[in-house]
Ligand binder design. Structure first.
Ligand SMILES: Nc1ncnc2c1ncn2[C@@H]1O[C@H](COP(=O)(O)OP(=O)(O)OP(=O)(O)O)[C@@H](O)[C@H]1O
Length: 250
Protein backbone atom coordinates (compact mmCIF):
# COMPACT_ATOMS: atom_id res chain seq x y z
CA UNK A 1 0.00 0.00 0.00
CA UNK A 2 1.14 3.54 -0.72
CA UNK A 3 0.15 6.21 1.78
CA UNK A 4 0.64 9.88 1.10
CA UNK A 5 0.09 11.74 4.36
CA UNK A 6 -0.40 15.50 4.63
CA UNK A 7 2.24 16.34 2.02
CA UNK A 8 3.05 19.98 1.25
CA UNK A 9 5.37 21.18 -1.50
CA UNK A 10 6.17 24.70 -2.64
CA UNK A 11 8.24 25.93 -5.56
CA UNK A 12 9.64 29.45 -5.11
CA UNK A 13 7.11 30.13 -2.36
CA UNK A 14 4.16 28.96 -4.48
CA UNK A 15 2.21 26.00 -3.02
CA UNK A 16 1.97 23.12 -5.50
CA UNK A 17 0.89 20.34 -3.11
CA UNK A 18 -1.36 21.45 -0.29
CA UNK A 19 -1.79 19.03 2.63
CA UNK A 20 -2.18 16.20 0.12
CA UNK A 21 -3.35 12.84 1.50
CA UNK A 22 -4.46 9.63 -0.19
CA UNK A 23 -3.88 5.88 -0.16
CA UNK A 24 -3.24 3.46 -3.02
CA UNK A 25 -4.42 -0.07 -2.13
CA UNK A 26 -2.44 -3.23 -2.93
CA UNK A 27 -3.31 -5.31 -5.96
CA UNK A 28 -5.22 -2.50 -7.65
CA UNK A 29 -4.62 -0.05 -10.46
CA UNK A 30 -5.18 3.53 -9.33
CA UNK A 31 -5.22 6.43 -11.78
CA UNK A 32 -4.18 9.93 -10.76
CA UNK A 33 -6.01 12.53 -12.82
CA UNK A 34 -5.74 16.30 -12.86
CA UNK A 35 -5.57 19.28 -15.16
CA UNK A 36 -2.17 20.44 -16.44
CA UNK A 37 -0.27 21.85 -13.49
CA UNK A 38 -2.48 20.20 -10.84
CA UNK A 39 0.59 18.67 -9.20
CA UNK A 40 0.50 15.03 -10.41
CA UNK A 41 4.16 14.77 -11.48
CA UNK A 42 5.32 16.59 -8.35
CA UNK A 43 3.35 14.13 -6.25
CA UNK A 44 4.74 11.10 -8.13
CA UNK A 45 8.28 12.46 -7.81
CA UNK A 46 7.86 12.76 -4.05
CA UNK A 47 6.51 9.19 -3.84
CA UNK A 48 9.52 7.91 -5.79
CA UNK A 49 11.98 9.88 -3.65
CA UNK A 50 13.16 12.14 -6.48
CA UNK A 51 11.83 15.20 -4.65
CA UNK A 52 11.53 15.91 -0.95
CA UNK A 53 8.25 17.06 0.55
CA UNK A 54 8.32 20.26 2.63
CA UNK A 55 6.02 18.57 5.14
CA UNK A 56 4.19 15.27 5.54
CA UNK A 57 5.42 11.81 4.57
CA UNK A 58 5.02 8.97 2.09
CA UNK A 59 4.92 5.32 3.18
CA UNK A 60 5.38 2.25 0.97
CA UNK A 61 3.96 -0.39 3.27
CA UNK A 62 5.88 0.39 6.47
CA UNK A 63 8.78 2.12 4.74
CA UNK A 64 9.11 5.90 4.92
CA UNK A 65 10.42 6.99 1.52
CA UNK A 66 12.41 9.95 2.86
CA UNK A 67 13.81 8.11 5.93
CA UNK A 68 14.70 4.78 4.26
CA UNK A 69 15.49 5.61 0.64
CA UNK A 70 17.42 2.40 -0.13
CA UNK A 71 14.70 0.13 1.23
CA UNK A 72 12.09 2.19 -0.62
CA UNK A 73 13.97 1.84 -3.90
CA UNK A 74 13.88 -1.95 -3.68
CA UNK A 75 10.09 -1.82 -3.30
CA UNK A 76 9.53 0.57 -6.18
CA UNK A 77 9.47 0.44 -9.96
CA UNK A 78 9.25 3.79 -11.72
CA UNK A 79 8.32 4.60 -15.31
CA UNK A 80 8.77 8.33 -15.74
CA UNK A 81 10.71 10.30 -18.27
CA UNK A 82 11.60 7.92 -21.09
CA UNK A 83 14.62 10.03 -22.03
CA UNK A 84 16.78 8.57 -19.28
CA UNK A 85 18.18 5.62 -21.26
CA UNK A 86 21.97 5.29 -21.58
CA UNK A 87 22.28 5.47 -25.32
CA UNK A 88 25.65 3.73 -25.62
CA UNK A 89 24.39 0.60 -23.89
CA UNK A 90 22.42 -2.21 -25.46
CA UNK A 91 19.11 -3.09 -23.87
CA UNK A 92 20.74 -6.18 -22.34
CA UNK A 93 23.58 -4.13 -20.85
CA UNK A 94 21.25 -1.42 -19.61
CA UNK A 95 18.90 -3.84 -17.84
CA UNK A 96 21.83 -5.81 -16.41
CA UNK A 97 23.15 -2.59 -14.92
CA UNK A 98 19.84 -1.69 -13.28
CA UNK A 99 19.21 -5.22 -12.03
CA UNK A 100 22.72 -5.25 -10.48
CA UNK A 101 22.06 -1.93 -8.76
CA UNK A 102 18.98 -3.58 -7.25
CA UNK A 103 21.20 -6.32 -5.82
CA UNK A 104 20.53 -9.09 -8.34
CA UNK A 105 23.45 -11.29 -9.36
CA UNK A 106 24.24 -14.69 -10.85
CA UNK A 107 21.32 -17.00 -11.59
CA UNK A 108 18.67 -14.68 -10.13
CA UNK A 109 19.94 -11.87 -12.37
CA UNK A 110 19.73 -14.13 -15.41
CA UNK A 111 16.22 -15.28 -14.49
CA UNK A 112 15.08 -11.68 -13.96
CA UNK A 113 16.44 -10.61 -17.35
CA UNK A 114 14.86 -13.59 -19.13
CA UNK A 115 11.52 -12.81 -17.52
CA UNK A 116 11.32 -9.15 -18.63
CA UNK A 117 12.71 -10.02 -22.06
CA UNK A 118 9.87 -12.46 -22.61
CA UNK A 119 7.08 -10.49 -20.91
CA UNK A 120 7.83 -7.27 -22.76
CA UNK A 121 8.66 -8.89 -26.09
CA UNK A 122 12.18 -7.47 -26.12
CA UNK A 123 13.90 -10.13 -28.29
CA UNK A 124 14.30 -7.92 -31.35
CA UNK A 125 15.69 -5.03 -29.28
CA UNK A 126 17.85 -7.00 -26.88
CA UNK A 127 21.24 -6.44 -28.47
CA UNK A 128 20.53 -3.00 -29.94
CA UNK A 129 21.92 0.20 -28.43
CA UNK A 130 19.07 2.42 -27.26
CA UNK A 131 20.18 5.47 -29.26
CA UNK A 132 17.43 6.38 -31.74
CA UNK A 133 14.78 4.16 -30.14
CA UNK A 134 11.16 5.07 -30.90
CA UNK A 135 8.73 6.14 -28.15
CA UNK A 136 7.27 2.63 -27.98
CA UNK A 137 10.70 1.01 -27.81
CA UNK A 138 11.75 3.42 -25.07
CA UNK A 139 8.62 2.69 -23.10
CA UNK A 140 9.27 -1.06 -23.26
CA UNK A 141 12.83 -0.60 -22.00
CA UNK A 142 11.72 1.82 -19.26
CA UNK A 143 9.06 -0.62 -18.16
CA UNK A 144 11.55 -3.51 -18.20
CA UNK A 145 13.93 -1.44 -16.06
CA UNK A 146 11.10 -0.66 -13.63
CA UNK A 147 10.07 -4.32 -13.34
CA UNK A 148 13.33 -6.24 -13.47
CA UNK A 149 13.58 -6.49 -9.66
CA UNK A 150 9.88 -7.41 -9.25
CA UNK A 151 8.88 -4.39 -7.13
CA UNK A 152 5.73 -4.45 -5.00
CA UNK A 153 4.83 -0.93 -6.10
CA UNK A 154 4.84 0.50 -9.60
CA UNK A 155 4.55 4.23 -10.39
CA UNK A 156 4.02 5.44 -13.96
CA UNK A 157 3.80 9.06 -15.13
CA UNK A 158 1.67 9.28 -18.30
CA UNK A 159 2.90 5.88 -19.51
CA UNK A 160 0.94 5.74 -22.79
CA UNK A 161 1.90 9.25 -23.98
CA UNK A 162 3.16 8.96 -27.55
CA UNK A 163 2.52 5.23 -27.87
CA UNK A 164 0.85 3.57 -30.83
CA UNK A 165 -2.08 1.21 -30.39
CA UNK A 166 -0.02 -1.97 -30.07
CA UNK A 167 2.50 -0.51 -27.63
CA UNK A 168 -0.32 0.93 -25.49
CA UNK A 169 -2.05 -2.44 -25.57
CA UNK A 170 1.13 -4.26 -24.45
CA UNK A 171 1.44 -1.80 -21.58
CA UNK A 172 -2.19 -2.29 -20.52
CA UNK A 173 -1.80 -6.08 -20.67
CA UNK A 174 1.33 -5.89 -18.56
CA UNK A 175 -0.36 -3.70 -15.94
CA UNK A 176 -3.34 -6.03 -15.75
CA UNK A 177 -1.04 -9.03 -15.26
CA UNK A 178 0.92 -7.22 -12.54
CA UNK A 179 -2.29 -6.31 -10.76
CA UNK A 180 -3.31 -9.97 -10.78
CA UNK A 181 0.05 -10.74 -9.14
CA UNK A 182 -0.73 -8.24 -6.35
CA UNK A 183 1.39 -5.29 -7.46
CA UNK A 184 0.26 -1.86 -6.27
CA UNK A 185 0.03 0.38 -9.33
CA UNK A 186 -0.37 4.16 -9.51
CA UNK A 187 -0.33 5.94 -12.86
CA UNK A 188 -1.10 9.44 -14.10
CA UNK A 189 -2.95 9.96 -17.34
CA UNK A 190 -4.97 12.40 -19.38
CA UNK A 191 -6.60 9.66 -21.48
CA UNK A 192 -10.06 9.04 -20.03
CA UNK A 193 -10.85 5.92 -22.09
CA UNK A 194 -7.69 4.28 -20.81
CA UNK A 195 -8.40 5.32 -17.23
CA UNK A 196 -11.95 3.97 -17.47
CA UNK A 197 -10.72 0.70 -18.96
CA UNK A 198 -7.77 0.06 -16.65
CA UNK A 199 -8.43 1.59 -13.27
CA UNK A 200 -9.99 0.09 -10.20
CA UNK A 201 -9.79 3.48 -8.54
CA UNK A 202 -9.41 7.06 -9.67
CA UNK A 203 -8.05 10.01 -7.71
CA UNK A 204 -8.79 13.48 -9.05
CA UNK A 205 -6.34 16.26 -8.16
CA UNK A 206 -6.86 19.99 -8.47
CA UNK A 207 -4.55 22.70 -7.18
CA UNK A 208 -2.44 20.20 -5.23
CA UNK A 209 -5.30 18.50 -3.39
CA UNK A 210 -7.52 15.46 -3.90
CA UNK A 211 -10.99 16.61 -4.92
CA UNK A 212 -12.56 13.24 -5.73
CA UNK A 213 -11.76 9.57 -5.29
CA UNK A 214 -13.39 6.20 -5.90
CA UNK A 215 -14.08 3.68 -8.62
CA UNK A 216 -15.00 5.17 -12.01
CA UNK A 217 -18.65 4.27 -11.29
CA UNK A 218 -18.54 5.93 -7.87
CA UNK A 219 -17.02 9.08 -9.35
CA UNK A 220 -19.79 9.26 -11.95
CA UNK A 221 -22.41 8.82 -9.24
CA UNK A 222 -20.76 11.45 -7.02
CA UNK A 223 -20.62 14.00 -9.82
CA UNK A 224 -24.02 13.13 -11.32
CA UNK A 225 -22.46 12.41 -14.73
CA UNK A 226 -22.86 9.43 -17.04
CA UNK A 227 -19.25 9.25 -18.24
CA UNK A 228 -15.83 9.55 -16.64
CA UNK A 229 -14.69 12.53 -18.69
CA UNK A 230 -17.63 14.68 -17.57
CA UNK A 231 -17.12 13.53 -13.98
CA UNK A 232 -13.48 14.52 -14.17
CA UNK A 233 -14.27 17.95 -15.60
CA UNK A 234 -16.94 18.54 -12.95
CA UNK A 235 -14.68 17.48 -10.08
CA UNK A 236 -11.38 18.96 -11.29
CA UNK A 237 -12.56 22.25 -12.70
CA UNK A 238 -15.47 22.72 -10.29
CA UNK A 239 -12.95 22.30 -7.49
CA UNK A 240 -10.46 24.64 -9.12
CA UNK A 241 -13.25 27.21 -9.07
CA UNK A 242 -13.30 26.96 -5.28
CA UNK A 243 -14.83 23.86 -3.75
CA UNK A 244 -11.98 21.49 -2.88
CA UNK A 245 -12.53 18.33 -0.80
CA UNK A 246 -9.68 16.43 0.84
CA UNK A 247 -9.84 12.64 0.94
CA UNK A 248 -9.24 11.28 4.44
CA UNK A 249 -6.23 8.98 4.76
CA UNK A 250 -7.49 5.39 5.28
N1 LIG B 1 11.07 22.30 -10.42
C1 LIG B 1 10.06 23.16 -10.45
N2 LIG B 1 10.28 24.47 -10.24
C2 LIG B 1 9.26 25.37 -10.25
N3 LIG B 1 7.97 25.04 -10.47
C3 LIG B 1 7.68 23.74 -10.70
C4 LIG B 1 8.71 22.74 -10.71
N4 LIG B 1 8.14 21.53 -10.95
C5 LIG B 1 6.81 21.77 -11.11
N5 LIG B 1 6.55 23.09 -10.96
C6 LIG B 1 5.23 23.73 -11.03
O1 LIG B 1 4.36 23.02 -10.17
C7 LIG B 1 3.06 22.94 -10.74
C8 LIG B 1 2.65 21.48 -10.82
O2 LIG B 1 3.47 20.85 -11.80
P1 LIG B 1 3.33 19.29 -12.11
O3 LIG B 1 4.34 18.97 -13.16
O4 LIG B 1 3.39 18.54 -10.84
O5 LIG B 1 1.85 19.23 -12.69
P2 LIG B 1 1.09 18.04 -13.47
O6 LIG B 1 -0.22 17.86 -12.79
O7 LIG B 1 1.98 16.86 -13.57
O8 LIG B 1 0.88 18.71 -14.90
P3 LIG B 1 0.85 18.09 -16.39
O9 LIG B 1 -0.46 17.37 -16.51
O10 LIG B 1 0.90 19.31 -17.24
O11 LIG B 1 2.05 17.20 -16.55
C9 LIG B 1 3.13 23.62 -12.10
O12 LIG B 1 2.66 24.94 -11.95
C10 LIG B 1 4.62 23.62 -12.41
O13 LIG B 1 4.97 24.72 -13.21
Amino acid sequence: MIRVESVDKQFAGRPVLDNLSFTVPDGQITALLGANGAGKTTCLRIITGLLRADAGRVLLGDIDVAQQPMAARRQLGVVGDREGLYERLTVAEYLTLFASVQGLAGKSLERALDAVREELELDALWLRRTRGFSQGERMKVSLARALVHRPRHLILDEPTRGLDVLAARLLRRTLSRLRAQGTTILFSSHVMSEVAELSDRVLVMAAGRIVGGGSPVELMRESGCDNLEDSFVTLAYGAAAGRPRQEEPA
